[in-house]
Design a protein. Sequence first.
Length: 432
Amino acid sequence: MHLIHYHLFSSPIIKHTHISSLSYLILISYLYFQSYFSLLCKRLHFVFLQISLEAVESLGLLLEGSVGHGKGIQPVHRLLTKGPLQAQSGFSSLSRSFPLDKLLSCLQQNLTLNPFGMTACLQSGKKLAWAQQVEGAMKRAKIARNTHTAAAGSKIVLMSQVIKQTLAKTSDKLTGANLKIHRCSEAFIYLLSPLRSVSVDKCRDCTVVLGPVQTSVHIHGCQNVRVVCVAGRVVVGASSRCTVHALTPTCPLLLPGNSNITLGPFHTFYPSLEDHMASVGLAVVPNVWDQPLILGTEGLAGPLSKSDTSCYRLLPPSEFHALAVPFQMDGDTCEIPGGLPPAYQAALSEKKKRIQSWQRTVMEARLNKEQTQQFQELVELKFHEWLLETGHRQELDSLIPPTMTSATKDGSRMKEAKAVSVAGGDGTAATA
């Protein structure tokens, strides 16, 4: 800097009118030198900065790996403190630390695509077999798994772009898997096995019925989706018009961006449900499905006000209906685990009384054979109209294998749909 200053002011061609311009250049040069010197100091500090082993251990939440193909998975700090990576990472057993520059260089050179991630699962995973033939709208679907190669905790099942289909499965291939349901629409999905975690992302107009989920069910970016689950935690974010029927020991977490979320009690069962719950460590109590925590942009909301609760509601008992899983399986569970809250049980009992009263009225009418047939045709007609209006017709029709559906007329479809059940060891959809 002194040299620059000296040469500028000792030049014989400098005129008085140039002094202001030269002063400006000197100032700019000085500021540039200051910034360069500061950057140099930072770089020197960066080179000599040491990262403790404890700090690197915390990276285990994000990074893990192995010393070669087919080797066991280890946390990142173990890989970096022994073997060939120890020298590359610069780990010192005396100071129990890493030079930051060497650590970053080592990580950058050795990071690869997660072989148990979603992308790798799509590229090299096996297809998950279903009882029904994959055709029509299912040609777009991507259903893959890596459960045949992945270690426990890294098993993934991916279902993407399932459209206008009903899929059902219970299998050991699903047990303990991390399930991702992505961009599905107008689908009915029954996955009745104990799962590790579930993510429902960017789906619309779907019903998802799950086996017990050990950790969390995360619903994000969905519209008009119904999720039925027993789970360690339920999280909903950036979703609208979604309904969650849950049995959970932790308060449901509502993230920012939600609107018209409905929370209801868990309202279904299947024969092996309680055995599956025990296998993932979930019980019927405590159950706080109706005590959500609302997380805003500034953290957890305080005492609930009207504005706080505007993004969700509790399902009114008058709108409550139980869900029947339309498949047969082996097991001892024959009722909803833990039962229903009193208000919902009373509403369900009232609906059953109305049905029984209607049946008595029909029997007491003493209709002759012709009147009975006319009455039955009228009831079936109204029932078909209701199925079409509510969208349930598609769900029932999709339970019938394509060969049977094409061979039946509209008038006989409902009778056959009622006979649909599950046969076989893996619990996939089949006809009785």
